[in-house]
Write a protein that binds this ligand. Structure first.
Ligand SMILES: *[C@@H]1O[C@H](CO)[C@@H](O)[C@H](O)[C@H]1NC(C)=O
Ligand SMILES: *[C@@H]1O[C@H](CO)[C@@H](O)[C@H](O)[C@H]1NC(C)=O
Ligand SMILES: *[C@@H]1O[C@H](CO)[C@@H](O)[C@H](O)[C@H]1NC(C)=O
Ligand SMILES: *[C@@H]1O[C@H](CO)[C@@H](O)[C@H](O)[C@H]1NC(C)=O
Ligand SMILES: *[C@@H]1O[C@H](CO)[C@@H](O)[C@H](O)[C@H]1NC(C)=O
Length: 262
């Protein structure tokens, strides 16, 4: 080996060592191992009857849940399902302010459906309603046509059954697997009362709030696309740096081979 060859090999080696540390580490490092899932903690028993009898007051709602035995269905879901349960509990005032249509003409089966209509067979935190609102209409525990629509605006959760437009007024309990949220209206399903809703039952949202709720969504569309378009990510910068380093090393290697041959 000539002097030139040795010199060139040294230069190539030095260039390789000068490569950004991350560029080499990135290709060599195996993907980070996913941590083993922690064993599921024993489910906490939440006594729904107990919760509903001390909060609220929800005596009327609890009375209906007990007379239809829906309370056992809900408790069983809370006890034994992985999904948990979300219950919308109308206050006693909500039932006393219910005039027409009312629950008084309903059969026992319909009452049972109305009770089931006040729950979702899954635990949802208040924040979860943001994504849930994207999938309206949402099936309730009553199944079939018994659906609810949700909208989420700056933490406020609005609920619509067609006949009833209301909102979550407070969170009574929200620890996986049980969520109980208070409502100041009883949810009346279209599946029982029909879709011929008198205008008085479903007042149009006030013109003051609707544009305000729509405006940020329209703005963010353009804001997001312009920021992602102009700012390259750290990963992209790294790729550019490492490929540049590798090119320099390759050029050096080719030069060395050439010098060695000469
Ligand atoms: C649940 O709470 C109710 C009301 O406090 C009580 O009567 C009932 O015994 C409790 N059930 C269990 C299984 O602890
Ligand atoms: C729920 O669990 C409690 C406590 O383990 C039990 O006493 C109660 O009978 C269960 N209820 C249902 C409906 O599964
Ligand atoms: C019960 O039904 C009857 C006829 O089906 C109706 O006239 C009456 O207004 C209903 N009562 C209530 C409280 O909805
Ligand atoms: C619920 O949302 C669906 C889809 O956006 C819509 O077609 C339906 O009319 C809504 N129902 C009510 C009661 O707001
Ligand atoms: C919102 O973004 C979509 C695609 O991301 C685009 O087609 C649409 O024109 C945008 N709307 C506005 C108002 O910028």
């Amino acid at each position: 080996m000539g002097k030139g060859t040795v010199f060139c090999l040294v230069v190539a080696l030095a260039l390789l060592l000068l490569l950004p540390h991350n560029a080499l580490a990135q290709t060599a490092a195996p993907p980070a191992p996913t941590p083993a899932p922690a064993p599921a903690p024993a489910p906490v028993y939440v006594n729904l009857t107990d919760l509903l009898s001390v909060a609220g007051p929800f005596h009327t709602f609890l009375g209906y849940l007990q007379s239809t035995n829906v309370i056992a269905t809900f408790q069983n879901q809370a006890n034994n399902s992985r999904d948990g349960i979300t219950i919308f509990a109308p206050s006693d005032d909500a039932f006393s302010s219910l005039t027409s249509p009312s629950l008084s003409n309903l059969t026992q089966d319909q009452l049972r459906s109305v009770c089931l209509f006040h729950a979702l067979p899954k635990y949802y935190s208040l924040a979860d309603f943001k994504s849930l609102s994207q999938s309206s209409p949402v099936a309730t525990y009553a199944g079939g046509q018994y659906t609810l629509n949700f909208t989420y605006t700056f933490g406020l959760v609005r609920i619509s059954s067609g006949w009833t437009n209301t909102k979550i007024t407070s969170s009574v309990h929200a620890t996986d697997p049980v969520a109980i949220y208070e409502l100041d209206r009883v949810l009346l399903p279209e599946a029982i009362y029909g879709t011929n809703i008198p205008p008085a039952a479903a007042p149009a949202p006030s013109p003051n709030t609707t544009p305000a709720a729509d405006a940020p969504a329209t703005k963010s569309n353009s804001t997001i696309s312009s920021t992602t378009g102009s700012k390259p990510s750290a990963a992209a910068t790294l790729t550019v740096a490492s490929s540049r380093g590798i090119s320099i090393a390759l050029i050096a290697a080719v030069l060395c081979t050439f010098v060695a041959l000469v």
